[in-house]
Design a protein around this ligand. Structure first.
Ligand code: V47
Ligand code: SF4
Length: 368
């Protein structure tokens, strides 16, 4: 066997990995039970090389969070506010479009929009947002906007079905959905910490509907809070089943919980060990999702850089102005330049590939 393991429990899993066989829920649990991080990393790297070679993707993008006013008030969220609370903000359509336009000279290929569930904004506001952005931006800049949670909210306020909401937004220019709002697919955890939010069944159904309309999406898992390891593995298995059924997930992004300023602030932050292990296990379990993304904003630059040896093939992008994690205590910068991202990737010996949201290649960066 071409691996060095300190934990023999990894050997039967390695046989499956080498044979290209799907790992079971029990394999996922065995991986979490193992302390052989380097062994798990070797396995994840094998799968990652099979799917993505030595490429590490990144992009030039801009995040915009139009409002932090939100009806849901999830306990893990430091970003949201009630309408009249200090620190509540809302952007006008003009401000949103201007912010997106400012990203074009920087070479952006994606505008990523996620926000709170505003109690007064009608569905037409969001349709108009997408329409005006599409008019203002060059065609190579892709609009990736609104989590399944926001799509469900628009269905409630418009009286349309989620499928009709998605179709209307797609016709206005929406090209992809981000992967947020999935949290952990556990009713137990949902009832305790995000009881108003989209259930697992609805989150998965909405992504399936998006895929049926040709809208590609990402998927996420918020980990390191009140969930169990079994619930993490079950979450991965459910995403894998959905991908088998509808096939439109491009990337999986494990999101490391940041406790500061949240109602769960007594919990410790995640460790680098858990972050790398979770990324590697995600690569191994999600054999049908092409890309595993390390969101450096949440992981920190050092863990994100190491993660490319643990199954990760994507470091997201320049981001610019991230608010959700920074309100919860992230110590990372709010933006990285393209040169900084390139240097991080090159140091690891991988080939940096600039991409757009849909993983169309913008440029391959051969040796400097
Ligand atoms: O849905 C909220 C999470 C998500 C906290 O699709 C928190 O490419 C950590 O989904 N600590 C929004 N996480 C961000 C998101 C995302 C990010 C980057 C790329 C993509 C993509 C999607 O952030 C929320 C929630 O799961 N979140 N609060 C917190 N305190
Ligand atoms: Fe609202 Fe999203 Fe924060 Fe939950 S995580 S309170 S839905 S902004």
């Amino acid at each position: 066997m071409p691996f060095f393991f300190s934990d023999p429990a990894l050997e039967p899993i390695a046989e499956k990995v080498l044979a290209g066989e799907r790992l079971s829920r029990e394999d996922g649990l065995a991986l979490y039970a193992s302390r052989d991080l380097l062994g798990i990393g070797q396995l994840a790297d094998t799968v990652r090389r099979r799917i993505n070679g030595d490429t590490v993707h990144f992009m030039v993008n801009r995040h915009i969070n139009p409002t932090n006013i939100c009806l849901n008030r999830c306990k893990f969220c430091a970003f949201s506010r009630n309408k009249d609370q200090d620190g509540a903000y809302e952007m006008t359509l003009e401000e949103i479009v201007r912010t997106a336009e400012e990203a074009v000279p920087d070479g952006a290929h994606e505008i990523h929009i996620v926000g709170g569930l505003h109690p007064d904004w009608p569905f037409e506001f969001y349709v108009e947002m997408v329409r005006r952005l599409r008019e203002a931006l060059p065609p190579h800049v892709i609009i990736q906007a609104f989590t399944a949670v926001e799509i469900e909210h628009y269905a409630k306020i418009s009286g349309l079905s989620t499928l009709e909401v998605l179709r209307t937004l797609r016709d206005a220019g929406l090209q992809a959905l981000p992967g947020g709002g999935a949290e952990i697919f556990s009713e137990r955890a949902r009832r305790l910490a995000w009881d108003k939010k989209t259930s697992a069944d609805d989150w998965l159904r909405i992504h399936g509907e998006a895929h049926s309309l040709g809208i590609k999406t990402n998927c996420t898992m918020l980990y390191g809070h009140i969930e169990t390891l079994e619930e993490r593995v079950d979450h991965l298995v459910r995403l894998r089943e959905q991908q088998d059924a509808s096939g439109g997930f491009l990337a999986f992004i494990p999101l490391a919980f940041h406790p500061l300023n949240t109602e769960l602030s007594d919990l410790p932050p995640t460790t680098g060990y858990d972050d790398l292990k979770t990324l590697a296990i995600s690569r191994l379990m999600l054999d049908n999702v092409p890309h595993i993304k390390a969101f450096w904003i949440m992981l920190g630059l050092k863990v994100a850089q190491l993660s490319v040896a643990f199954g990760v093939d994507d470091l997201d992008g320049t981001v610019v102005q991230e608010r959700i994690t920074h309100m919860a205590g992230a110590a990372t910068p709010e933006a990285l330049s393209k040169d900084e991202l390139l240097a991080l990737i090159r140091e690891t010996g991988h080939t940096p590939v600039e991409r757009d949201t849909l993983y169309n290649v913008v440029r391959v960066y051969e040796e400097a």
